[in-house]
Write a protein that binds this ligand. Structure first.
Ligand SMILES: Nc1ncnc2c1ncn2[C@@H]1O[C@H](COP(=O)(O)OP(=O)(O)OP(=O)(O)O)[C@@H](O)[C@H]1O
Ligand SMILES: O=P(O)(O)OC[C@H]1O[C@H](OP(=O)(O)OP(=O)(O)O)[C@H](O)[C@@H]1O
Ligand SMILES: [Mg+2]
Length: 286
């Protein structure tokens, strides 16, 4: 039986469960459920705090888990087996960075020396400061870190930023480059042997990622333009080209990155392709 850790709360919780459901796994009915068993795949899901997930996976009690890259790095044990990133999952994107009050005179990370920096990620922050050779006091908080400056317990914060809305609302501005960029990831115990159930999970998750990231493009194309047209739509392994009943024309089908759809359609039209159709991919195994 495969045992998987899934975030039970926070911003990763819903999209993680959604991705697993799209991958064909049964998910919990109520947010109060602590675990659920999916008999079809013989898989048990445990709903745990994202901060704890890498700890369970590193210990070997659970086979794989979904957590944030920043959480994995924060909770990596100093000694003994650890969990490692297996694949990025394309959601929960954020960066981990320094911020100071808008009116503060601090303009660079080196000016944080001697200051108090509040964070919910003390391990990540300490490591970064040590590597950068900056001596500063780390104030460890549990959450809502952005409020620490206004309430006078810190001069700066180091926290998760997505849209920047929370920072702005707290009267803060970012300083320096991000300490790291994060997103939801699949984690496994370092050195764990590849078992068929994990390989299948990875194929299913990759299938969802591809279905989300690509669309299927169909178009008709005069044969003399095929070379140029297929260069615009190379697909993954190569486009499918089949003859149309109309002499001198072919039908082409290829996967195209979602974000490039309109540019590619415009370029194909300019070139002389016609009947350009886009179809959403519901599922895939690549
Ligand atoms: N606004 C956000 N956008 C994207 N990812 C985020 C955001 N906030 C947090 N995350 C990511 O979610 C993961 C866990 O954060 P989350 O806020 O869910 O847990 P927490 O802060 O430990 O707990 P809680 O907020 O429930 O007290 C981290 O990997 C973090 O990078
Ligand atoms: O840049 P934004 O889009 O505003 O998102 C970033 C905020 O989201 C998270 O907060 P969360 O809601 O998890 O609360 P917490 O600080 O208590 O963890 C994170 O800790 C930031 O505060
Ligand atoms: Mg949070």
């Amino acid at each position: 039986m495969l045992r998987i850790a899934v975030p039970n709360k926070g911003v990763l919780s819903e999209p993680a469960a959604e991705m697993l459901a799209e991958s064909g796994y049964r998910q919990r009915r109520s947010t109060k459920d602590l675990a659920v068993y999916d008999p079809d795949s013989d898989t048990e899901f445990f709903y745990l705090r994202p901060r704890d997930i890498a700890v369970y996976v590193a210990s070997g009690t659970l086979d794989v888990g979904i957590t944030g890259r920043d959480m994995l790095m924060e909770t990596a044990p100093v000694e003994g087996p650890s969990a490692v990133e297996v694949m990025p999952l394309g959601f929960g994107r954020s960066s981990f960075r320094f911020a100071v009050p808008v009116e503060s005179g601090i303009d660079g990370i080196d000016q944080l020396a001697g200051k108090r920096i509040a964070t919910a990620y003390p391990v990540l922050l300490q490591r970064y400061l040590a590597e950068a050779g900056i001596k500063a006091a780390v104030v460890k908080l549990d959450g809502a870190v952005e409020t620490a400056c206004r309430l006078g317990v810190a001069d700066a914060v180091c926290d998760v930023v997505e849209t920047g809305t929370t920072l702005r609302a707290a009267g803060l501005r970012t300083v320096g480059e991000p300490v790291l960029t994060s997103e939801a990831i699949l984690v496994r115990r370092q050195g764990a042997e590849e078992i068929p159930a994990v390989a299948q999970l990875r194929r299913r998750l990759r299938g969802v990622l591809v279905a989300r990231q690509y669309v299927l493009l169909d178009y008709d194309c005069p044969n003399e333009l095929l070379e140029k047209a297929t260069a615009l739509t190379p697909g993954l392994e190569g486009p499918t080209v089949s003859p149309l009943q109309t002499p001198g024309w072919s039908a082409v089908r290829a996967m195209v990155p979602q974000g490039e759809t309109n540019r590619v359609m415009d370029d194909l039209w300019e070139l002389g392709a016609r009947a350009i159709l886009v179809t959403k991919i519901h599922a895939s195994r690549i």
